[in-house]
Design a protein around this ligand. Structure first.
Ligand SMILES: [Ca+2]
Ligand SMILES: [Ca+2]
Length: 377
């Protein structure tokens, strides 16, 4: 009977569905969302705190207004986290990093219409009840024309349920996703320096080459060396050294000026840990000079031979002193305060004697001289 069928409030359902379709067609649902996620660094070490900024745009403008939820997960999608709203469309998130590896902050927006979803769910519930009722009636109905009517009504309701479920899923689906992956290392240690050149010679480092290269062995546990910088002579700006994975080197663009130079080298690993080494070196390009010789003429048959010597930069190497008397082997001399002395130990006969003397500074600049003295009556 036709009257029974019309007791089902199908008109209400249709109107509600149309209303929902209208809501979906408004600008809020056609919006173009875009999310940017940035972090304060790319690489962190354990115990660092990572700071993220999440910026949400809707149609090219910072997100404003209601009906959108900005949500996030960190360090993976299994772990929802709360964002702090900084201003309209801008959110922050910070996390102390307690383990190493790759971690991703994923942010997304979702429509926030809980009452609409509730209404749609209630509608589905009612439609399901109606279907159950219609199916019961269908089971007891034998008239073909009426069975067809009932089947059509059931089919229409099932179609409506499908559409509603699709709309709910669409509500719950993220509308835009932004993500940022950071790397966390367990590298807690600064780089380490090994041997360097020019190497220290005595209490100083002496250099005899005006184009002397500076180099140092640099290594790092775990994350690896990112940059090695050198400051020469307290320059305000550093120069990046060439690093081949083992040694960092620097060759001066201009020849070194003679004298003292200060070097500061800073090695930075990929996490940002720094290590600093400093040293000085003296560029000495000139040989020592002889300043005096005595005796020239003497009555003393066991004279004290004395040779004055100086090096402009104070780099004379006492161990380099060689002094011979005529064709003697090198003699045992005393060197102190710029004076080389040799005490003749046995009487010499009258006559002329040759003294051959040579000295070097620590960079190998050598000076030689020959003097003659005479023992007379
Ligand atoms: Ca390190
Ligand atoms: Ca010198």
């Amino acid at each position: 009977m036709k009257g029974d069928i019309e007791m089902i409030p199908s008109r209400n359902i249709t109107i509600f569905t149309l209303a929902l379709l209208f809501v979906f067609s408004t600008s809020a649902f056609a919006a173009d969302f875009h999310i940017e996620v940035t972090s304060d660094k790319e690489l962190y070490c354990i115990d660092d705190t990572a700071f993220f900024t999440v910026t949400v745009y809707k149609n090219g403008e910072l997100l404003t207004g209601n009906h959108t939820l900005v949500e996030a997960t960190f360090p993976d999608e299994e772990h929802p986290v709360a964002l702090n709203q900084v201003s309209e469309g801008v959110y922050s998130y910070e996390s102390e990093l307690t383990s190493d590896g790759q971690m991703t902050l994923t942010a997304f927006v979702r429509y926030d219409f809980p009452r609409v979803i509730e209404a749609m769910e209630a509608m589905i519930f009612r439609l399901e009840n109606q279907i159950a009722e219609l199916e019961e009636r269908l089971a007891g109905e034998t008239r073909p024309w009426k069975r067809r009517v009932l089947e059509t009504m059931i089919h229409n309701r099932l179609t409506m349920i499908d559409k509603l479920e699709e709309k709910i899923a669409n509500f719950e689906e993220p509308k835009a996703v932004g993500m940022k992956t950071i790397t966390v290392t367990d590298d807690l240690y600064s780089p380490e320096f090994g041997e360097r050149w020019p190497a220290q010679s005595n209490s100083n480092t002496w250099v005899g080459d005006a184009n002397q290269e500076i180099g140092v062995k640099v290594s790092d546990s775990d994350s690896g060396i990112s940059t090695v910088l050198i400051y020469v002579d307290n320059a305000a700006e550093p120069i990046e050294m060439n690093y081949d994975g083992v040694h960092a080197t620097y060759t001066p663009t201009d020849a070194w000026v003679e004298g003292l130079h200060d070097v500061k080298i800073i090695a930075i690993d990929d996490v940002g840990h720094e290590a600093t080494m400093t040293f000085s070196f003296i560029v000495d390009l000139h040989a020592p000079v002889f300043t005096s010789f005595s005796p020239e003429t003497t009555h003393d048959t066991m004279p004290l031979i004395s040779v004055g010597v100086s090096d402009a930069l104070g780099g004379l190497d006492p161990s380099s002193i060689v002094l011979r008397l005529d064709s003697s082997p090198p003699l045992q001399v005393v060197y102190q305060d710029g004076t080389i002395q040799y005490q003749v130990e046995s009487h010499l006969v009258l006559g002329d004697y040759y003294v051959f003397v040579s000295v070097s500074d620590y960079t190998g600049n050598e000076a030689t001289a020959t003097y003659i003295f005479s023992i007379i009556q």
